[in-house]
Design a protein around this ligand. Structure first.
Ligand SMILES: Cc1cc2nc3c(=O)[nH]c(=O)nc-3n(C[C@H](O)[C@H](O)[C@H](O)COP(=O)(O)O)c2cc1C
Ligand SMILES: [Fe+2]
Ligand SMILES: [Fe+2]
Length: 397
């Protein structure tokens, strides 16, 4: 599909409504788009980012439709090498052998490493420009958003930022490409889920990239996934800013728990019930054994409070909760008010393992972890409620 975005920029991306798991891990209930853009000037034409391999023919068709029989693309600018954007580049090269593969030194090394491609290339450095004739592209290196080679390309004359994965979201495009031509509400939850799962670990690098974009006149945001943002570009930048500072989006609480025989679940219910009595209105109770990490990550990036409750299992933490908590720890989830709870029958380990997993996360625990030996009695359940009250107070700070 191709859509004209500005005088110099066309959308030439593709939709994937077949793949069930992005990166073989993350569910795609609304599909995903691999966005690519064609920038045309009076002297040259650049394709910015490729698409995933199985859709390469579609991208080539869109390019030909726009350029007609007498023009061809001169440059393939690679903002990001991950194969969801570079899988199709060998096919582009086969179609147009003189196509100059353009990227920074790290990108060009990766192109060789992944695809063994030899031929014309153009190495660019931070701040370099490429003049296509009335369309000047400026490159800004933004490493680790979210691979080491990532960069962004700004079309200066039109304030169009081709941002790679930054500002992206899950969700295929349903007819329209620009935010102003569609109802975009469904994409915002998918942006939080995408950010948390894919970019979440690299908040400090997103912050560095945002700092480098300060003062740049950005009128249109062209990410590699999801809608092209025009009228809501400011909101999208603001959301990425908040998420990458680990700023919660609301004062709710995510309760991540696991329970084989219901003892820990009773503790989790006692905590959630008391939080509700204390006025917390957004509580997400997630049984880690049947909830995907994507959902747990998205909720934890949304809410200010986090409760983790699990039994001790084989001298360790109940495995489904360990998996979920590790997913949060890998992303260095910070700025949360955290309450830990555990249940055991002879020697408790669960809350100790939770504590060590959370070591790299800058979080506050407003109450000591609560534990119960075998079935929780009234004293343990009251301890849960007391801790929940402390958590509710901490959420208001
Ligand atoms: C397979 C298995 C392994 C367990 N390992 C331990 C253990 O290493 N240490 C311990 O104190 N309790 C252990 N327990 C007991 C549970 O932690 C305890 O009964 C807990 O209350 C169960 O909580 P639940 O009802 O929420 O599943 C184990 C239980 C099971 C079924
Ligand atoms: Fe990526
Ligand atoms: Fe991507």
């Amino acid at each position: 599909m191709s859509t004209k975005i500005t005088e110099h920029v066309h959308y030439i991306g593709v939709n994937d409504r077949t793949t069930q798991l992005f990166e073989a891990m993350w569910p795609l209930p609304l599909g995903v788009s691999y966005n690519s853009y064609l920038v045309t000037g009076s002297r040259g034409v650049a394709v910015v980012d490729g698409v995933e391999l199985s859709h390469a023919a579609e991208q080539i068709r869109a390019i030909k439709e726009i350029l007609g029989p007498y023009r061809r693309p001169d440059y393939l600018i690679i903002n990001h090498m991950e194969p969801d954007h570079s899988g199709g580049i060998a096919m582009l090269r086969a179609e147009w052998p003189e196509l100059k593969i353009t990227g920074n030194a790290t990108t060009l090394k990766m192109v060789k490493g992944f695809y063994g491609l030899a031929g014309e290339e153009l190495a660019v450095k931070d701040g370099d420009t490429l003049d296509l004739g009335g369309a000047t592209l400026r490159f800004t290196l933004t490493p680790m958003v979210h691979w080491p080679e990532t960069m962004m390309t700004l079309l200066e004359e039109e304030g169009v930022l081709l941002s790679g994965d930054a500002f992206g979201c899950f969700g295929a495009l349903n007819g329209a490409v620009l935010d102003r031509d569609m109802d975009t509400e469904r994409y915002f939850p998918e942006m939080v889920r995408y950010y948390g799962c894919i970019v979440g670990r690299y908040g400090q690098f997103v912050q560095r990239a945002l700092a480098r974009l300060k003062g740049v006149d950005i009128r249109i945001l062209c990410s590699t996934h999801g809608p092209v943002w025009t009228e809501r570009a400011g909101e999208v930048i603001d959301l990425y800013d908040r998420l990458s500072r680990y700023e919660p989006l609301d004062d709710g609480v995510t309760v991540v728990y696991g329970s084989m025989y219901g003892h820990t679940e009773r503790m989790a219910e006692a905590i959630a019930g008391e939080l509700a009595r204390q006025g917390v209105r957004r509580i997400s109770m997630l049984n880690a054994a049947v909830t995907g990490d994507d959902r747990i990550i998205a909720e934890a990036f949304t809410h200010k409070g986090l409760v983790v409750a699990a039994p001790t299992y084989s001298d360790g933490l109940f495995p489904p909760v360990e998996r979920a908590l590790r997913a949060l720890a890998v992303r260095k989830l910070s700025g949360r008010r955290v309450l830990l709870a555990g249940s055991h029958s002879w020697a408790h380990q669960a809350v100790k393992v939770m504590g060590s997993l959370l070591e790299g996360c800058d979080v506050v625990q407003p109450a000591e972890p609560v534990t119960a030996l075998q079935a929780p009695g009234e004293a343990e359940l009251e301890a849960c409620r007391e801790a929940a009250r402390a958590l509710a107070r901490a959420l208001r700070d």
